[in-house]
Every structure is written in structure tokens, then in C-alpha cells.
Design a protein around this ligand. Structure first.
Ligand code: AHG
Ligand code: MN
Ligand code: MN
Length: 356
């Protein structure tokens, strides 16, 4: 069925006009769309081709790899190497960054999570891919330190979600836009231009089984949400947790909400589960360009200066007013004004609530 919808290529040519590297960036995003299309076909075949299982290997994160983690990683590496415009890459699935001599004049570095939500592969629940496009050094091959750029330096970022439909959502700093794959023609059509996240929400996403390990401000925030209309929030909340950051954040882009993967002291050495460079930063850029916020609870995620390519960071992102409120829980706690049982909203509620 012929549609009058705008294609990704048509949209990019128009949206990136005036961008410093418009034509190369268009070509890179189209290359990513081609890899996403191939992954979409692979994922849609599920267990038929025996690629939904686990490998014996562990990645640099100390996590058992899924076959699809490695297959998707290889697809992205080949595409970026052959593009001739990518000088180097870093991936969740690789110990160290990889420079491409073929891309010696390449303008871009790409940092990516080839398969996000891997644990959902065997159970056929939505998964994704996440990418972050950074500037490459001029006139020399990239070194490891060249990847350690704060999220505010990203030229573009985005994700694919392999769900009931496959979508590609990206930003190049001029809004966040969503495209849906027509698998019959292998064409991405614009279906969600200029996405906007509602500023307020009554829905949060967190893995509550870690509650005893969270910091007090997060415990208090979640407790207040669960208290619903009988507590300081004076309304009931809903909870969702897919186990794929891409799926949870995509839902938030579509209808609002807040996603939390906070620091927990289950493994004190880790500052949370998610990685700054290829999960927190790219998803923050997409969210903030849609009017949302991305915070560690104490600072903007995209302001964090990276020390290591695989470093982890606490992640709180989504509806701007809800993220700001959660930052306030952290601020009040850090300032010593608050201890367990305190909520910043007490001050704004009638005396009645204080008495309860
Ligand atoms: P990945 O599969 O790339 O390691 O990412 C999984 C992340 C994120 O996508 C998801 O929200 C979170 O891990 C789920 O963590 P839990 O399994 O601890 O809930
Ligand atoms: Mn991930
Ligand atoms: Mn992954």
C-alpha cells in the first residue's frame, strides 16, 4: 500500500540542512537504519535460527552474553567499518574502543549498546539498540580518551525498539523524531515527528526488588508514590518495568512517566546498573530534546564528565517535573533536612497530612 508518509531519508535531508556534517550524518543515520532493519528481521525469526540462547562467554561488564548480543554487535561493527565515515567505535560488548584505518578521515565516533534488554530475548519481550554519535578528532586516529566526551557533546543519538513494530527514534539536537519500519519495503516512515514528553506523570518504572539497596531519597520517593491518594502525592500511581531500558523509555516518550535505575549498594563499587556512554547519555539526549529530563538524582546526566568508557551512572529520566521532584528528594536528604519518613511535599501539603 503506497503511503504519502515522509521517509527517513527525506526527513533527514530536510531536518539536517545547515548541520555542520549534514550529508555525512545523514549517511551514518541511514547506515544505522539499515543495520536496524537487518536486526529486526533476525529478531522476528525468534528461535527458528537458534540465536536466542546464551553463550558461555562473558562481556567486559561481567555479564553472560546472549548470542544476539554478539551477532548484533558484529553487524554494527561491519557497517561502521565499511561506512568510511566512522573513525572509531566503542561498544558495551567490547573491552576497548576500536579505531578504523578505513575511516581515518571519519568525522564520527559511535558508542553503542547493540542489544539492550538482552535478558528479554529468550522470552520474546521487546528489546532495542542504542547509539550515540560523537565528533572524532581532526587529522589523527582516535585514542581511548577521545571517547570520554560528556553527553552534552553528542552530535546525535537514538535507539531502535524491536517490538510489535520496529521503530527508530533519534535526535540531532533539533527535536526527537520517530520512524516506523515497513518491513515489506524495508523503509522507515515518519510516524512521530517532534515528540513531546508530558511534564507530569502518575507512572514510574523501577526494579522494586532492589528497594532495600536504594539510597533513602529513592526509597522515600517510591514509598510516596505507592502511598498514592492516601499519602502526600494525593493521587494513585501506576508502575511498569519491562527490563529493557529502550522499551521503558520509549513508553515514557509516548505517554510520560519516569524511569529509575538508581545507585544501589548491592554492589557498592557500581554506581548503578546502566552505562553512561551508551545508555544514559544517548537516551538522555532523546528525552531532553522531547522536553523531558535526564538526571543522576544530583546532576544532569549529560553534564557528567566520563572517566571510563564503561562507567556506570545512576539514571532517573522522563517527565521533567517528576524528575525535578526526585532531585529535590535527593537535595533535601543530602542537606541533612530529611531523614527516613520525610517527604519534600510535606511542606506543601495541608497540616492534615502532617498529622497522619
Ligand atoms: P543490557 O541488556 O544492554 O545489559 O541492558 C539491560 C539494562 C536495561 O536495558 C534494563 O532496564 C535493565 O538493565 C534491567 O535491569 P534488571 O534486570 O536489573 O531489572
Ligand atoms: Mn543496555
Ligand atoms: Mn546490551
Amino acid at each position: 500500500m503506497r503511503t504519502s508518509r515522509t521517509t527517513l531519508t527525506e526527513f533527514l535531508r530536510n531536518e539536517l540542512k545547515g548541520h555542520a556534517n549534514a550529508s555525512d550524518l545523514t549517511e551514518l543515520l541511514e547506515e544505522i537504519a539499515r543495520v536496524v532493519t537487518r536486526i529486526s528481521h533476525l529478531v522476528a525469526r525468534g528461535g527458528i535460527d537458534d540465536i536466542t540462547g546464551k553463550l558461555q562467554s562473558e562481556n567486559v561488564q561481567g555479564e553472560v552474553q546472549m548470542k544476539l548480543d554478539v551477532v548484533t554487535n558484529d553487524l554494527f561493527i561491519d557497517a561502521f567499518r565499511q561506512s568510511g565515515i566512522v573513525a572509531g567505535i566503542a561498544s558495551e560488548e567490547m573491552d576497548s574502543p576500536l579505531s578504523f584505518p578505513e575511516g581515518r578521515d571519519g568525522k564520527f565516533l559511535v558508542v553503542f549498546d547493540p542489544l539492550d534488554g538482552s535478558s528479554n530475548v529468550p522470552v520474546n519481550v521487546s528489546i532495542g539498540s542504542i547509539f550515540s554519535i560523537l565528533g572524532a578528532p581532526n587529522g589523527r586516529p582516535p585514542e581511548d580518551n577521545d571517547y570520554l566526551q560528556p553527553g552534552s557533546s553528542q552530535l546525535a543519538s537514538g535507539y531502535a525498539i524491536y517490538g510489535p513494530s520496529t521503530m527508530l527514534v533519534y535526535t540531532a539536537g533539533h527535536g526527537t523524531h520517530g520512524f516506523t519500519l515497513d518491513s515489506a519495503t524495508e523503509t522507515f516512515f515518519l510516524t512521530h515527528a517532534n515528540l513531546r514528553i508530558p511534564d507530569t506523570t502518575s507512572e514510574f518504572a523501577i526494579n522494586s526488588s532492589n528497594a532495600r539497596f536504594w539510597e533513602v531519597p529513592v526509597q522515600q520517593y517510591v514509598e510516596d508514590c505507592i502511598a498514592g491518594s492516601e499519602g502526600v502525592r494525593e493521587r494513585d500511581f501506576n508502575m511498569r518495568w519491562v527490563g529493557s531500558m529502550v522499551a521503558d523509555v520509549h513508553r515514557i516518550l509516548m505517554r510520560g512517566g519516569v524511569y529509575l535505575y538508581p545507585r544501589d549498594n548491592k554492589k557498592p563499587i557500581k554506581a548503578g546498573r546502566l552505562r553512561l556512554m551508551y545508555e544514559a547519555n544517548p537516551m538522555s539526549f532523546v528525552v531532553e530534546q522531547a522536553g523531558g529530563k535526564g538526571s543522576t538524582g544530583r546532576e544532569q546526566i549529560m553534564g557528567v564528565v566520563p572517566q571510563l568508557v564503561h562507567q556506570r551512572v545512576p539514571v532517573i529520566m522522563g517527565s521533567s517535573q517528576e524528575v525535578s521532584l526526585i532531585e529535590r528528594y535527593h537535595r533535601d536528604f543530602d542537606s541533612g533536612e530529611a531523614e527516613k519518613g520525610y517527604s519534600p511535599l510535606f511542606g506543601e501539603r495541608s497540616l492534615f497530612h502532617k498529622m497522619q
